[in-house]
Design a protein around this ligand. Sequence first.
Ligand code: GAL
Length: 674
Amino acid sequence: MTTHTRTGAGGTLGLALDGIVLGCDYNPEQWDPTVWQEDVALMREAGVRLVAINIFGWSHVNPADGRWDFAALDQVMDLLHAHGIRVNLGTGTASTPAWLTRQHPEILPVAADGTTRYPGGRQAWCPSSPILRDRALDLVARVAERYGDHPALALWHVSNELGCHNAHCYCDASADAFRGWLRERYGTVDALNAAWGTAFWSQRYGAFDEILPPRLTLSSRNPGQMLDFHRFSSDALLDHYRAEAEVIRARSDAPVTTNFMVTAHIRNLDYWTWASDMDVVANDHYLDHRLADPVTEMAFAADLTRGLAGGAPWMLMETAVGAVNWQPLNRARAAGELRRHALTHVARGADSVCFFQWRASAQGAEKFHSALLPHAGTDSRAWRESVELGRELGVLAEVAGTRVEAHVAILFDWISWWTLDGEGNPSTHVRYLEQVHHAYRALRAAGVTVDVVPAGAALDGYRLVVVPALHAVQDAAADTLDAYVRDGGSALVTFASGIVDHDDRVRLGGYPGAFRDMLGIRVDEMCPVAPDEELALDDGSRASLWSERVELRGAEAVASFASGPALGHPAVTRHRRGDGLAWYAATALAADAYAALVARAADDAGVSRDPHAGPHVELVRRTGHGRTYVFAINNSDRPVPLDVRGTDLLTGEVLRAATTLDAGEARIVREETR
Ligand code: GAL
């Protein structure tokens, strides 16, 4: 895959804008044109410099088959330009117009149970539909032709959150495309039979034509087929992205991207395979109040997005000013949270903060979603806080382009997510993302900033690499980790790692197959426990969910199970391997024990930890242009010590001695010396 460098790129994120960019989605089609003038005037007041338009524009610019009407979009483009506001232009393909699905109902997606999903919501299209592709590319060509050189254009926004609702389609067109994808991957049906283990339950295929997408069955489905369907579905949408991008690139020099969904509730696309196709990596993130610790998940998502950007600055393409409308309970942000959360994204590498959306809708499914300009208008907390945020982001201009400093990496992998959360595993209570979050929370509690990188990535720059529940691993990635350890690195691997290969085939000879030698252990049996069953360890710590019968094969026991089915077996081990150290946790340690283990592994590895950072206090450094900026954000309800010297960019105050950071406060300090 190639990374495209667009001509005309420059400035922040290659968008020909400078500083940290404040932006938003703008849906002028929901309002009378008389409102637009007020919109642009207020955008200026709030410091909005980039707006995403035409995201759901299809039925407006193409109201009937063969009829095109760009008058309103022309007017909005020109109006924004006249006010010095740049455009993040949607290709408009996110949602099909009713006339099209009426004419071609075969475009509609089909669920695993064979039932159709109808129009009336959004994204009601099959990613593999040739008719959809054809019509969408026609629209893209017209939009790109018309606006490709428009002076307001800063960025192309392909479709919207590809795969948010329609990632998995099981219709006949998808079945065809799936078979084509499998032919490409395996060449022969025998190779496919071997990869999927179809000797089981008489599932052997005699020809590719016999294969279906994994539609609902009476029993568990074939795990190899399920895994490949995940891969295929991710690739089908990537192919859609590439097709739109190609049409644009033939007509415009502006950079092209789409908005990722690196969040807790979507796992459909393997973004490691997508990232290099983006001229700038962009993510949508919404706090998820269904989680126990939404703020930590937000920090993790930001770090993962930075990983997808290869460490470079990235865009926060969407977030909410306050409540969303799609959780069971849609909480408002408490006073100060908007600012702290936006700054958390910037701390972790975002050079833009964009919101969904500009003006709160009065109608439609999202009418109770927050916006920069709420239903109440400018006499509102949301507006005042937004304007203040815009001012502060303006002050942070010099931070743009700098990179986050991290000496610890965490491996993250969609294949492990898909396989570990699949059917037929030892415990449905072990969920991949939860285990990753658990590890991340421990690192955060230990005051460590981390990069999130793919399995198999070069690890030389890191002192410690944490490998949570890396269930599916290829030999090459396991070898890279082992070589890194033997060369003096430190790794901390947790249970459920290294169990299967990339065909979801168990690695035989004892668990954790791929990492047995590196860890100096062997496990002959996994012994998961009920979610409410507490496990005791002989060093006094507590654990849950998982235990296993670990035998030492060169490693030493750091702690052992003092209760449960693996009583007496090691629960935490440590193995000197070459010049490095390989740690293993055979259970889900309680938060305090996990943080203590991570702190110990980090200290042993010579990682500098910040004693004042912690679960509720962000301390992240961005460096570049010969300078270092410390982002200190206190999410707790009490003051915390802050030991940084330099100039607080937000207040101009010079910090010459250790001080405190008030509850709920944030400082961004340009360090004088380090
Ligand atoms: C995103 C989407 C936006 C809007 C937003 C609401 O998923 O891209 O169009 O729906 O969520 O939170």
